[in-house]
Write a protein that binds this ligand. Sequence first.
Ligand code: C5P
Length: 206
Amino acid sequence: VVTAGGTQEPLDPVRHLTNRSSGKMGYALAEAARDRGAKVTLVTAPTALLEPVGVEVVNVHTAQEMLDVVKKAVNRTHALIMAAAVADYRPVKISENKIKKVMPTLTLELEKTPDILGTVKGDFVRVGFAAESQNLIENARRKLRQKQLDLIVANDITVTDSGFGADTDRVVIIDREGKVEKLPLLPKREVADKVLDRVVRLLTKT
Ligand code: C5P
């Protein structure tokens, strides 16, 4: 099970809060896993990418929808790879009607979304992603511990050749033992294969 894209959290019938995730990393992972013979379910928030063939694609918008679909999809899975940029907060209230431009300022009240990786646990390998703009390794290690992940793939979003929207990524992969594997700048498809190599190693160990 692979997730991709940036979730969209509605404000009113015409607006939502989202982020700059292109979905490219998640789609590359889904395609790379498919090419290795895996049966892949890609749970994706909206992207501008073409649906990969040979993969079951489930389209979602919000973090809550992604959680509901992922919960069901992991029933018979060997691995969950959460490459999606899930919104951390969503509007407390979704306005039934379009919010009108009447006040000089507008304050939105936001609440935390459910943490999918923090919630969906089971007998499968769990891989998270961490997009950071500071203290990359320290923050990624904390997320790995908090979410009890097997692996975390961390990238520094302050460099332009890596991360959101780019076709390439310079990532570090950190495992449960805290070991750090620094990868060079690579096309996302090659990063996907490196991540899958690690997943396969974990699966064969167990
Ligand atoms: O805590 P942070 O959002 O930086 O963690 C990133 C990882 O956690 C990603 O793998 C992302 O897909 C996942 N995540 C999640 N549910 C959330 C927020 C993030 O599963 N609500």
